[in-house]
Ligand binder design. Structure first.
Ligand code: ADE
Length: 261
């Protein structure tokens, strides 16, 4: 997958290319990332990239022309490396919410290049958005100081879904949201906490030590259903449950009621 990012702070993207799973994915060529600094596309001695808003008001607005220069350069580079269509995305709070469905949509078009515009200040000249941007995407109902973190969130969530990126082939399918449910709880050593300053006594759920893989699968599915019911009932409202799932959830709900009463 090919990403080109328009940003005033290219070094921020080292967080993606220098660490963890996304670093390995970049090294093995699962994705390519190029950054373009609009400052390099200015024509004045001061390398100006912003100016005051017409009509007055606080803050500064990013100039359209350096951004257009950077976007055109990114498009040309993508075309030269064989990309048939570049999709131009502006990260902004007024965009479509980034959900797993949107991530899947992006992953399903690996032949498409993505150009991500990370804005700063009060935003960018509206004419640039109208004439260059295919789509706006938001990562949530809050305002960030710039689009860089949002662009990285988008890229991270897309890259981990690309074939061969996660070491354990099953991991991506088990993530929260993939089956329309939250992930189940996870445990590792030690098997038993004894009372201490750090923890109260608590054991790992015995089923996980049973070695019975079918039972473990059923327990995990039940926990996923239960957690989704408790924490994100909106997800259950849009997902049909199988007969087995309905039974598992009913048992979880009963157990929860018994705990409360
Ligand atoms: N830029 C500023 N806030 C943002 C948000 N919530 N999502 C995407 N881009 C943004």
């Amino acid at each position: 997958m090919i990403f080109d990012v328009i940003t005033l702070f290219p070094q921020m993207f080292d967080a993606l290319t220098q660490y963890g799973i996304t670093r390995r994915a970049a090294e093995q060529g699962s994705f390519v990332l190029h950054t373009w600094n609009p400052r390099d596309f200015t024509t004045d001695n001061y390398r100006t990239i912003d100016d005051r808003p017409y009509g007055g008001g606080p803050g500064m607005v990013m100039l359209a022309e350096p951004l257009a220069g950077a976007i055109s350069a990114a498009r040309q580079r993508q075309a030269a490396s064989g990309v048939k269509k570049s999709r131009m995305v502006y990260l902004s709070p007024q965009g479509r919410l980034l959900t797993h469905a949107v991530v899947k949509e992006l992953v399903a078009q690996p032949e498409e290049g993505l150009i991500l515009l990370a804005g700063r200040y009060e935003g960018v000249d509206e004419r640039l958005i109208r004439q260059y941007v295919d789509e706006e995407i938001s990562i949530g109902d809050y305002v960030l100081s710039g689009g860089e973190l949002a662009a990285m969130v988008l890229m991270d969530s897309v890259v981990r879904q690309l074939p061969g990126v996660l070491g354990d082939a099953g991991s991506a399918e088990q993530d929260s949201f993939v089956q329309g449910l939250l992930d189940c709880p996870h445990y590792t050593r030690p098997e038993q906490f004894t009372n201490s300053k750090l923890f109260n006594a608590e054991a790992v759920p015995p089923v996980l030590l049973s070695g019975n893989h079918a039972e473990i699968q059923r327990w995990r599915l039940q926990q996923s259903l239960g957690r989704t019911w408790l924490c994100r009932p909106d997800l259950l409202a849009v997902r049909d449950l199988t007969k087995e799932e309905s039974g598992l959830l009913a048992a979880f709900q009963d157990a929860t009621k018994n705990l409360k009463s």
